[in-house]
Design a protein around this ligand. Structure first.
Ligand code: ACO
Length: 381
């Protein structure tokens, strides 16, 4: 089978693939990335089309079940999602006890780990059970993120609104009202775009944990830890810090020159897989444009254009999804440290789809290493 076949030199003997770059470790039926044609599909559907035409609920269903839901399936799925949004009292008190000085990603990571303590392991290998746990995490994460956002602003949490869909309900829980349609649509699109991206670092972390036979909460907790880093999900926050530092479009090119001269990475640019541009950027850029024009605040859009242009001419490196998402979330009214938790809310669907896939066709993930330390020696007497 493809899962047991190997291509190229045998690891540990002939070559070292630092960062596993270019290494194919398994098959997946969840998403396909074709960097050469800038294509990304979830279960065969082009992601830009899904972002235009589908809600996050439909996309979550697609990632987990392999097909888009029909009307009845969507209705039942949404009912289950709405019913699972509430955070119970003990979880609320755990959230309240996490220090406000910590990063919101630490809160999300802690809360998922805590939910695991409330949910007995039972039979780990049942797809049905894993799906139920996945849906629970998907439903409750927005409640956690919104409550954390509000308490950091000194505000009481807002309970989920059963009458609202996933995106509207989340924005309502954060801001106390459902914003204009343009904002809701842009936010919903970002959720669809962030949902899944094959064997990225956080998904791979989740698959490694799953491969040992561990539980789904442990796997998602590990994935959150991996996503936090600025080379992965943390980049959407870094992008916005940079744009604020630049502040004026006419300063963007000079700022970039300094960064590149100092050999520093420019956040929101480059991608391990896409070398000619991230397939998700055009859709999110359009959403950023719509939000900017709707709010009459085009400064970030101008800084975006200056940086994109200058970076392309100097290095040929293109923006990744985090580049338009950072300023879009800022304009929507989110505090910068909340950006990566928003990514978690969406990517939990992709992670759990991979956890289920890994469970259904498991092989322990355990690579080799080439030793480079001291020769064997005796402990001094
Ligand atoms: N700014 C400046 N130079 C860059 C950048 C960047 N953002 N990205 C790549 N390069 C340069 C590197 O310095 C390197 O140059 P060199 O060959 O002269 O040393 C070359 O391009 C290759 O870069 P690597 O880091 O080796 O490429 P890799 O595939 O390992 O990196 C990564 C991909 C980690 C995403 C990188 O592009 C990066 O650090 N980008 C900034 C962080 C970021 O935006 N991350 C978000 C990823 S997408 C997501 O999570 C949705």
């Amino acid at each position: 089978t493809a899962a047991s076949s190997t291509t190229g030199p045998k690891a540990g003997t002939d070559a070292i693939y630092k960062g596993l770059a270019g290494v194919v470790v398994d098959t997946t039926a969840i998403s396909k990335v074709v960097p050469e044609t800038n294509t990304l599909t979830y279960r065969g559907y082009p992601v830009p089309e899904l972002a235009e035409k589908c809600s996050m609920e439909q996309v979550a269903y697609l990632l987990w079940h392999g097909e888009l839901p029909n009307d009845l399936q969507l209705e039942q799925f949404s009912q289950r999602e709405r019913a699972a949004r509430r955070l119970d009292r003990s979880a609320q008190s755990v959230l309240a006890r996490t220090p406000e000085t910590c990063h919101p990603m630490d809160v999300v990571r802690t809360m998922i780990s805590y939910l695991g303590t409330e949910d007995p392991d039972e039979d780990l290998s049942t797809t049905e059970l894993l799906l139920a746990k996945s849906q629970r995490m998907f439903a409750v994460l927005p409640t956690i993120v919104a409550a954390d956002l509000r308490r950091r602003r000194g505000l009481e949490p807002i309970a989920p609104h059963h009458g609202l869909g996933y995106a509207e309900n989340f924005l309502y829980m954060c801001f106390g009202e459902v914003p204009d349609e343009v904002i809701v649509r842009a936010f919903a699109k970002s959720m669809v775009l962030y949902a899944e991206h094959s064997f990225n670092a956080s998904t791979f972390a989740a698959r490694v944990v799953t491969s040992t036979g561990s539980d789904i909460y442990s796997a998602v907790t590990a994935a959150i830890g991996a996503l936090k880093g600025p080379l992965h999900g943390g980049a959407n926050e870094a992008v916005m810090h940079d744009m604020i530092e630049i502040d004026r479009p006419e300063r963007a090119r000079g700022w970039l020159e300094e960064k590149l001269t100092a050999k520093e990475k420019v956040m929101g640019f480059g991608h391990r897989v896409y070398k000619r541009g991230d397939s998700r950027v055009p859709t999110m850029y359009q959403a950023l444009r719509e939000v900017s024009e709707h709010l009459g605040e085009t400064k970030w859009l101008k800084i975006y254009a200056e940086l994109e242009d200058e970076m392309a001419s100097r290095t040929g490196i293109r923006p990744n999804l985090d580049f338009p998402t950072g300023p879009a979330y800022y304009l929507m009214g989110f505090d910068i440290p909340m950006f990566t938790p928003l990514f978690v809310m969406s990517r939990v669907t992709g992670w759990t789809a991979h956890i289920i896939e890994q469970t259904e066709s498991n092989a322990l993930i355990r690579p080799l290493s080439a030793y480079s330390g001291p020769q064997q020696r005796s402990v001094p007497a």
